[in-house]
Design a protein around this ligand. Structure first.
Ligand code: NAG
Ligand code: NAG
Length: 314
């Protein structure tokens, strides 16, 4: 028994080094891509925790069914298995065994991200601070959607992710002295939105997450519209204002009301047409062009799912 749990712990440690990694924010759905062995027949998905205990998350009986403690949280959609509404207790190693074959374990880390808001075009700094002195930092990295944004090696060399514009992202040059690996993104755009993960591989490992939200730029034309020169002053009789208001509202209900009704009907019809279309997910969550087919990992599928893997799926 002792040997078995030792083996399990060893397995856990090894998988931690070699396995796939999924990082997800609290409350999001986590998507596991099913390998072809796991689409039919029999199988199980176990969660192995740090103390080597396991829990059945779902079982395959030609279709995937949730385990006893996950009855409303596991859902198969096509080629993937979704664990809805991730929480911290979901952390651990997810082990698929299908049709007698033990498949790769996947490590899940769940984060409570801090929040950073920035306006489009502004620079944004995503905080990541942790003691580095006396901790022999081996490496550090920022990731998003399972893809490396910026990687720092032990000698201080920096490499960038494939689709990353290196002139837009940086960490402080004195990161070591200042214990500061915060990521600065220049002139943020809508497509920079998302959850970013900071991992520092050192004596005491550090991991944290930041959610970047980008406020759309307010069109400058609207704010620069000249004010009418004949603005009524507060000294004007309030009766006059009331009469004006009454007239305005009467005119509005007579003219605008029917117009709005007609427009509403048109819009409803358009909405119906859209529903019959294949997919109409809202931007910025549905921009397949942003994620080239050969990028690492799996992508945002909808507002509710953050889906990442650490593996190259090409
Ligand atoms: C599974 O997903 C489908 C489609 O997203 C949804 O309609 C269904 O309610 C989900 N089931 C569970 C148990 O969450
Ligand atoms: C990278 O960013 C810089 C500065 O924002 C910009 O001038 C340049 O065009 C970008 N390069 C690419 C390939 O997008």
């Amino acid at each position: 028994m002792k040997t078995l749990s030792f083996l399990c712990i060893l397995l856990f440690l090894c998988s931690e080094v070699f396995g796939k990694l999924i990082q997800a924010p609290l409350g999001d759905g986590v998507e596991f891509l099913l390998s072809k062995e796991c689409l039919k027949g029999r199988g199980r998905l176990n969660l192995r925790r740090k103390d080597a205990s396991t829990q059945l998350i779902a079982s395959l009986e030609n279709v995937w069914k949730p385990g006893p403690q996950h009855s409303h949280r596991v859902n198969q959609t096509g080629l993937s298995l979704i664990l809805e509404n991730a929480d911290l207790n979901d952390e651990g190693l997810y082990e698929f065994t299908c049709n007698g074959k033990y498949l790769e374990a996947i490590k899940l880390e769940v984060f409570v991200p801090s929040e950073v808001d920035a306006s489009e075009g502004e620079d944004a700094t995503l905080p990541c601070r942790s003691v580095t002195a006396g901790q022999s930092v081996k490496s550090a990295r920022w990731r998003r959607n399972g893809n490396v944004v910026l990687h720092l090696d032990g000698t201080g060399g920096i490499t960038y992710g494939e689709d990353v514009n290196r002139s837009r992202v940086s960490i402080p040059s004195e990161w070591d002295r200042q214990a500061d690996l915060s990521l600065t993104i220049k002139r943020v755009q809508q497509q920079d939105e998302g959850v970013y993960y900071c991992d520092i591989d050192k004596w005491e490992k550090h991991r944290s997450a930041v959610r970047l939200r980008v406020r759309p730029e307010v069109p400058t034309a609207a704010s620069s519209t000249p004010l009418p020169t004949t603005t009524p002053t507060p000294s004007e009789s309030s009766d006059g204002i009331w009469i004006a208001a009454l007239i305005t509202s009467a005119v509005t209900s007579v003219i605008v009301g029917p117009l709005a009704f007609l427009c509403g009907r048109k819009r409803k019809r358009e909405a119906r047409d859209e529903e019959t279309g294949a997919l109409s997910l809202p931007d910025p969550y549905w921009k397949p062009d942003r994620y080239p087919a050969c990028a690492k990992g799996v992508y945002f599928r909808s507002k509710r799912f953050t889906i990442v893997t650490g593996q190259n799926i090409c």
